[in-house]
Design a binder for this molecule. Structure first.
Ligand code: DOR
Ligand code: ZN
Length: 347
């Protein structure tokens, strides 16, 4: 009989896809990520979006100011790609030492994406500069065509946008963010070593029933939306395969409770309070806890060309009850698995 694993020690992980917002909201959430992770790629979809290196540097400074006193957490900043991002801005980003990637939001695809890209060809000069400088393009991979069913938007994006883009810029590093389908897994597997993907905890723990069965569950709504069970299984298989093309990116995306529990609820799941524990739950389901360290702590750093962390975190098989809500500026947010007992606790 397999022996129950009671403790796992891992190289300290990094979160390669994170939203921390700004101001009091940021101050309320950043400590959760800083407690578990050494570094995180910080998404630029603020209002207004972080489109310049100067804005990224100022945001970087605000994050450092909001960190707990003794924290040596490192925010890795990103720029928000627009139709008019120019190659000079990419060079400034490269030279800044704080900007590590550029994020592509198709205009209208998700939260604060109104200033995103309307036509990918408009960004080619910026993409050529990124390819030359080795700056990764982080892709929100969904088409926005109202005629395309929301559950098919990732798959159609691959065919219509991502495959042609990858062919046009064969040396551009691309991270296909928060993949949600078997189609995305297959695309990444078949692509060159310059193309990788992040996987969130929700997309390997839940399928779309968690959103829609027994009533609508707005706190399980994110974009790209949860998919059918075979897709969840394909993602779990990829995450636990030991293939370095797949690595951890929580997409933890806090919204105040009222913005989620609304007639038009916002997309975003907050998972930073127990991110590593959620991944451990999924990896254990696949009997692959031995694959967690590569996924969480090695492959992302290797892809970005950054050193792996040298200290460790420990996961204990020790139950914790997730709070029903957490403070969020003047309001509260409802965290992933709110009110439930989960089997792991990170230390
Ligand atoms: O669910 C999501 N929330 N998906 C995104 O792409 C954006 C994010 C947010 O900023 O809330
Ligand atoms: Zn995101």
């Amino acid at each position: 009989m397999r022996q129950t694993i009671t403790q796992i020690s891992l190289t300290r992980p990094d979160d390669w896809h994170l939203h921390v917002r700004d101001g009091a909201a940021m101050a309320a959430v950043i400590g959760h990520t800083a407690k578990q992770f050494a570094r995180a790629i910080i998404m630029p979809n603020l209002t207004p979006p972080v489109t310049s290196t100067a804005q990224a540097e100022a945001y970087h400074e605000r994050i450092l100011q909001a960190l707990p006193q003794d924290s040596d957490f490192q925010p890795l900043m990103t720029l928000y790609l627009t139709d008019t991002t120019n190659p000079g801005e990419i060079t400034r980003a490269k030279n800044s030492g704080v900007v590590f990637a550029v994020k592509l939001y198709p205009a209208g695809a998700t939260t604060n994406s109104a200033s995103g890209v309307t036509q990918i060809q408009k960004t080619y000069p910026a993409l050529a500069a990124m390819e030359a400088h080795g700056i990764p393009l982080l892709v929100h991979g969904e088409v926005t065509d109202p005629a395309v069913d929301v559950f098919d938007r990732e798959q159609v994006f691959i065919e219509q946008q991502l495959a042609p883009l990858a062919a046009q810029f064969p040396n551009l590093k691309i991270v296909f963010e928060h993949i949600t389908t078997r189609d995305a897994v297959n695309f990444v597997l078949e692509a060159g070593a310059n193309i990788a993907a992040t996987i969130t905890p929700q997309h390997i723990l839940l399928n779309r029933n968690a959103l829609l069965v027994g009533g609508i569950h707005p706190h399980n709504y994110c974009l790209p939306v949860l998919k059918r069970e075979p897709h969840r299984q394909a993602l779990l298989g990829a995450a636990t395969s030991g293939n370095p093309k797949f690595f951890l990116g929580t997409d933890s995306a806090p919204h105040r409770r009222g913005a989620k529990e609304s007639a038009c609820g916002c997309a975003g799941i907050y998972s930073a309070h127990a991110a590593l524990e959620f991944y451990a739950m999924a990896f254990e389901q696949a009997a692959a806890l031995d694959k967690l360290e590569g996924f969480a702590s090695h492959f992302g750093a290797d892809f970005y060309g950054l050193p792996r962390n040298t200290d460790n975190v420990t996961l204990q098989r020790s139950e914790q009850t997730i709070p029903a809500e957490l403070p969020f500026g003047d309001e509260t947010l409802v965290p992933f698995f709110a009110g439930e007992v989960i089997p792991w606790t990170a230390q």
